[in-house]
Design a protein. Structure first.
Length: 254
């Protein structure tokens, strides 16, 4: 199930990245929301890489070439953290009329700390005999690694959900297509929070001895992750295209 879902996500985010690159190039001389544009492109690039490395056949090939088991899982999870942190920065830059440097710096520092913890926990875990997945929830090191990654993702996803929904409501009368795109992106971030809670709840339930069947978790989590990536990519692309068209129309009138 993971292969088709993340394969589709890779294609979708690649197309969204190409569209966003074109829109960013058209607005390269505009200083307004420059941080948001760069954060948007970083988020899409990280998401494309993370989705690609989440495809089992690609992950196996990367692990064999790197001669290190589960390095693909680490890279995919780090890409996911960068993806959601970039969305945080993008939405913050959209929300404020001037660049909110302190808020942006705090989130950059937060993601650096989380990535550092994940790398340290990765080296502590016995990845030769176990995978960084819920299938090895019996390992304390694997649980700690996954809970660090999932906890950070849930916190960042909740902020993106709230801020994107707030922006969509504020600009509804000014531009409904852009507001709709932001609303879809907000729903995507909410799916990301649900994904983190699903996997995290399984890990905690397993530690408590009351976990549900692993087959349920293996079906639910990839679906939620796919919905998160798809909605965010589609929603932000809608918003970006609408803003670009609006600016071109204004320029032509002037």
């Amino acid at each position: 199930m993971e292969g088709p879902i993340f394969g589709l996500c890779t294609v979708l985010t690649s197309l969204s990245t190409a569209i966003s690159l074109r829109c960013a190039y058209e607005r390269r001389h505009k200083s307004i929301y420059r941080i948001a544009r760069r954060a948007h492109l970083t988020a899409l690039a990280a998401c494309t890489l993370g989705s690609l490395l989440a495809i089992p056949t690609i992950a196996d090939a990367v692990d064999r070439s790197a001669a290190s088991n589960e390095v693909s899982a680490l890279a995919s999870d780090v890409a996911a953290v960068i993806f959601i942190a970039s969305l945080q920065i993008m939405v913050i830059d959209w929300e404020y009329s001037t660049a909110h440097h302190i808020g942006i710096a705090l989130r950059v520092a937060f993601v650096c700390v989380i990535v550092g913890l994940m790398i340290w926990q990765f080296h502590r875990a016995d990845t030769v005999h176990q995978d960084l997945s819920t299938a090895y929830a019996q390992s304390n090191d694997v649980r700690l690694y996954l809970l660090t990654y999932l906890g950070a993702s849930a916190a960042a996803g909740a902020e993106v959900t709230f801020r994107s929904g707030k922006l969509a409501r504020e600009i509804w009368r000014q531009g409904r297509p852009a507001a709709t795109g932001l609303a879809i992106a907000s729903a995507g971030a909410a799916f990301g929070v649900a994904y983190a809670f699903s996997r995290g709840s399984y890990l905690l339930a397993y530690a408590d001895g009351h976990a549900w069947p692993l087959s349920w978790e293996n079906a639910i989590s990839p679906a939620l992750a796919g919905l998160c990536i798809g909605c965010v990519a589609i929603g932000l692309t809608m918003a970006t295209i609408n803003v670009s068209r609006s600016q071109r129309n204004v320029g032509s009138k002037v």
